[in-house]
Design a protein around this ligand. Sequence first.
Ligand code: COA
Ligand code: NAP
Length: 270
Amino acid sequence: MFDYTNQNVVVVGGTSGINLQVAVSFANAGANVAVASRNIEKVNAAVALLKQANPNGNHLGVSFDVRDEHALAQGFTIIAKSFGHINVLVSGAAGNFPASAAKLSNNGFKSVIDIDLIGSFQVLKQAYSLLKRPNASIIQISAPQAYIAMPLQAHVCAAKAGVDMLTRTLAIEWGIEGVRINSIVPGPIADTEGFNRLAPNDALQQKVASSVPLQRNGQKQDIANAALFLASDMASYITGVVLPVDGGWSLGGASIAMTELGSMAVKQGL
Ligand code: COA
Ligand code: NAP
């Protein structure tokens, strides 16, 4: 449906879960794709999948921690040498664990802020000089915690709220160059690290599914499809948007389910 042939796509945090599906879907649509994350084995495995998806594409993997400004700059230098410019950036590296604010160490809080919020800012800044042209598109992968308070998620709520405000602010600052930036907010997505950490068994995941108006948890492909659309010319007048892709969960069910999940974990002593 979408043709990204000869387009250069970078997916930061693109080596597992939702973001890997996004990366593979861009490759399936003809793009050259670069993925980046900390773990070199995950990076290499992801590149192998990209090559299977699109054997004609120019794919590469780089290893860096988004918290490490120097490593990030080196990684983007490698990407720049291979791609010259970037058409689409997906920024989705994140960390999450349930922990009560009272027990969470300052460094625990800071580690999530450093990865999700400051890491995203550093990624956007590194990519900007390669993206700065009309029709370039940035997609940030946010989370419902950005606007729905959840017990045991103070660190993630604070970080992802900041991510979405970066989206809105940079839509204004960078719109002048023709660069669009939007956030996708995935609902509960089956078979992912993020969902497994917050709803760690089938019974809880089924309970969450029943709180979604469309009565199912999402698939990774649901998020990839939204990314393919948002980065395309079909979305050329859409910028600064925070788009839930969640089966209607954020209309009400998410507040109830996220409070319940958090409260249950609190009772277990987290
Ligand atoms: N509960 C409370 N605190 C925790 C914690 C938990 N489950 N896990 C880590 N922390 C704290 C650590 O104790 C440490 O604080 P301290 O120095 O005061 O003890 C701090 O967080 C950093 O932990 P560390 O293990 O050194 O961080 P890291 O940089 O190696 O890993 C994480 C970052 C903690 C976010 C890790 O979970 C991660 O790499 N996550 C990526 C995968 C993921 O979360 N996927 C879901 C995507 S949303
Ligand atoms: P995941 O599989 O753990 O994906 C996280 C990715 O980020 C991995 O590729 C990981 O690879 C990378 N990463 C983590 N920390 C990094 C760091 N410091 N530097 C560089 N890369 C780093 O988790 P997921 O559940 O699919 O989540 C993907 C995104 O969707 C996240 O932004 C998350 O907040 C969002 N989200 C998920 C859900 C859900 O239901 N799963 C719901 C809402 C939002 P390395 O370990 O190799 O670094």
